[in-house]
Each structure stands twice: as C-alpha cells, then as structure tokens.
Design a protein around this ligand. Structure first.
Ligand code: C5P
Length: 224
C-alpha cells in the first residue's frame, strides 16, 4: 500500500497535535510536530537572550540551533531535543507560548525549519501538524485537513492539558494567548495560516477526540 503525506493545519489549541499523533498511530505513520520546532527555536532565543527582531541575533541563533526528535523507549512518545537536551515540557510553558509567534514570523527561521520538515517527510508516511504544512511545507500533500474549534472550547482544553502537567494557568490568560497567536499567525507576511481550497475543514467544537481521529483516518484511507 502506498504511503501519503497528511497535513493538519489550523488555529492554536484545536487539538491538532494530539489528533495528528493518534492518526499517525492508527495508520502506522510517523508524527511530526512542527510547532514543537518553532517552540524549541523560541526557547533557544530566550535561553541566549537573543532578539528575533535583530537580524544579527537571528543569524547567531540559527548557527547554534539544533532541533531533533527522539522516541522515549519507555513511553514510546516522541520528544523534542534542543542542542541535545530534552526540552519537551519546557517548550509547552507559557513563557514560550507568549513569544513563539514572534519568532515564527521571521523569514530566515521559517526557511531553516521548513527545510528540516521537508527532509523529515520526504519518504511520506507522515502526519505533520502546524500552520503552513498544506500551503508551504507539503503543498502536494495527498490529504490536507484544516482544524477549527471555538475559542472558549480551545482555551478550556488547553487549561486542562496544562493542569495535568501541574501548571495552573488562568483561563483568560490562555484565551488571550490563543487569540493573540492566531492573530499574528494569520496576519504575518511569511507563510500565514490560511485554509487551502483543497483542505477538508473539521470543526472539533462538538466532536469527541475519538470522533475527530476517526474522521481523519477515514479520509486518509480514502486517499491512500
Ligand atoms: O502548534 P503549536 O501551537 O505548538 O505552535 C506554536 C506556534 O508555532 C504557533 O502559534 C505558530 O506561531 C508557530 N508555528 C508556525 N508554523 C508551524 C507550526 C507552528 O508558525 N508550521
């Protein structure tokens, strides 16, 4: 059976990552979290006190940036490494969420990370989620999904996720962060978040997790 590329794009906090991960598992595909790469790059800027708005500092950051993924042998979960250090939890913290869209709007950073994403997906059999996967990273993807959900639902889900990690964050703060990221991601000059004409839109507001996974797996089986 041939393998395809599944591109899942959409607004912040729609459950793209957990859905994409489950779809990949159901199909025996590799899951690639492109957002984790932008988050790791942001952490690199923060750790080294570099500014994404100063070209020399962007240059410096890119020269010293190494992002990779490894499967944890105990949990079998894919984890993100920044310059050899495990940063999976750190990149999900609010201090990174608050700065990531600013870093992700920089052309040179996108160029470097898109090249790495294309390399990771070149043999197909991948599910990749992000903002520009169906438009820029894999415009020829055999299946493109655009996920949405209303802001209140997204914020409540994100708050629950953070709580499960022991991180108590105010709902209003999460809502503000999600809508601010949506605004920056959709209006930036470089690869803005857009719904492609050939993408299937799935509104997950009233869907259970199992339902949204099943819908995408079904679409994938038709596309393979
Ligand atoms: O997917 P996640 O919410 O972890 O992504 C974090 C941020 O990374 C997004 O708000 C966006 O600014 C950026 N991003 C991007 N392009 C992608 C994936 C993520 O610009 N393909």
């Amino acid at each position: 059976m041939g393998k395809i590329v599944i591109a899942i794009d959409g607004y912040s906090g729609c459950g793209k990552s957990s859905t994409a991960k489950a779809v990949a598992k159901a199909l025996g595909y590799t899951y690639i979290d492109s957002g984790a790469m932008y988050r790791a790059a942001t952490l690199h800027f923060l750790n080294h006190y570099l500014s994404p708005s100063v070209p020399q500092e962007v240059d410096k950051a890119l020269k010293t940036l190494d992002i990779s993924f490894q499967i944890n042998p105990d949990t079998l979960r894919q984890e993100t490494y920044l310059n050899g250090l495990l940063v999976e939890d750190e990149i999900r913290a609010m201090r990174v969420s608050e700065r990531v869209s600013e870093v992700a709007a920089v052309k040179e950073i996108r160029k470097a990370l898109v090249a790495q994403q294309q390399k990771l997906g070149k043999h197909k059999g991948v599910v990749m989620d992000g903002r520009d996967i169906g438009s820029v990273v894999f415009p020829e993807a055999e299946l493109k999904v655009f996920m949405t959900a209303d802001l209140e639902t997204r914020a409540a889900r994100r708050q629950q996720e953070l709580l499960e990690k022991g991180d108590m964050v105010d709902l209003k703060e999460i809502q503000t962060n999600l809508s601010e990221r949506d605004r920056i991601d959709s209006s930036r000059a470089e690869s803005p978040l857009i719904k492609m004409n050939d993408a299937v839109e799935i509104d997950t507001t009233n869907l259970t997790f199992e339902e949204q996974v099943a819908q995408i797996v079904h679409l994938a089986q038709k596309a393979i």
